[in-house]
Write a protein that binds this ligand. Structure first.
Ligand code: PLP
Length: 285
């Protein structure tokens, strides 16, 4: 079965799904995106993802191309047409097509909208979570507005590649003060020796992950203490546990940072419990 993509109003087989050479997403990374997990054929926490999309578009002054209710219909249609039970749906909106010039085009073009979906291997993801992952640290060399979910991801691409080349799965960005900001495509967390769950506050230095937001409810429901504060790489090295969160990964324990074992080098009970609880708190409508 050919995969189907939504491109600017049409549902097309992949080989026909094309974007203009002067799309500003292609030329300037002038656009935003969202990724939702799909479970039981339904997007998870879609309402929150669409709210974040609207915020990202607003920060870049790109108009919402259609009401959120219409985007919801498109997302579900792409999931259905690709027969995704468990997987992910990807949505990208760019400023549209215009002759190449850095400033916003006049007149304003229609934003370009692309939606794709694909299945994920749940067995593989569960095995990864059961084993835990290794991460490396890299200097955070990104721009100052990574709270906007833009498609400009070159530092993230290079960080992930560095991780892969060093036999690790993710890279944690570290700021000039030695504090961890977030992963290349994840939010970063630790559990202290006292059992407090710590993650960085969602300012302009990290993306406010939807999984991160929902996880606060999961943590509180478990009766655990959570603290939003910056933590250093040194603190992460000696943490009792560490883990990452992202929509298609939920909670994945980190068992090595820069080659050093975290805790006893195995997935910890807090990360494992939070992962198990997560979907009781996420929305699926
Ligand atoms: N941080 C970055 C840089 C990301 O790219 C992502 C997800 O793509 C996240 C955090 C996690 O966000 P979410 O939980 O909404 O998937």
């Amino acid at each position: 079965m050919s995969r189907i993509a939504y491109v600017n109003g049409r549902y097309l087989p992949f080989r026909e799904a094309k974007i203009h050479v002067e799309d500003r997403g292609y030329q300037f990374a002038d656009g935003v995106y969202e990724v939702c997990e799909v479970r039981g054929g339904k997007p998870v926490d879609e309402r929150r993802h669409l709210a974040r999309l609207e915020r990202s578009l607003g920060e870049l002054r790109i108009a919402l191309p259609m009401p959120l209710t219409a985007l919801d219909v498109v997302l579900r249609e792409v999931v259905a047409r690709n027969r995704i039970g468990y997987g992910m749906v990807y949505l990208q909106i760019t400023r549209g097509v215009a002759r190449r010039d850095h400033a916003f085009p006049v007149p304003t073009p229609a934003p370009a909208v692309v939606v794709t979906a694909r299945g994920l291997n749940s067995g593989r993801n569960e095995a990864l979570a059961a084993k835990g992952i290794a991460v490396i640290s890299v200097p955070d060399n990104r721009w100052g507005r990574v709270d906007i979910k833009t498609i400009g991801l070159l530092p993230n691409v290079l960080a992930r590649q560095a991780a892969v080349e060093q036999g690790a799965r993710d890279a944690w960005f570290v700021d000039r003060d030695g504090a961890v900001t977030e992963g290349a495509s994840t939010n970063a967390w630790i559990v202290t020796g006292e059992g407090t769950v710590v993650t960085r506050p969602a300012d302009h230095a990290i993306l406010r992950g939807i999984t991160r937001t929902v996880l606060f409810d999961v943590i509180k429901a478990r009766g655990l203490v959570v603290e939003e504060r910056a933590f250093t790489l040194q603190e992460a090295y000696t943490a009792r546990e560490a883990f990452v969160t992202a929509a298609t990964q939920i909670v994945v324990p980190v068992v090595r940072i820069d080659g050093r074992p975290v805790g006893d080098g195995r997935p910890g009970p807090v990360a494992t419990a939070l992962r198990a609880d997560f979907h009781r708190h996420a929305e699926r409508t």
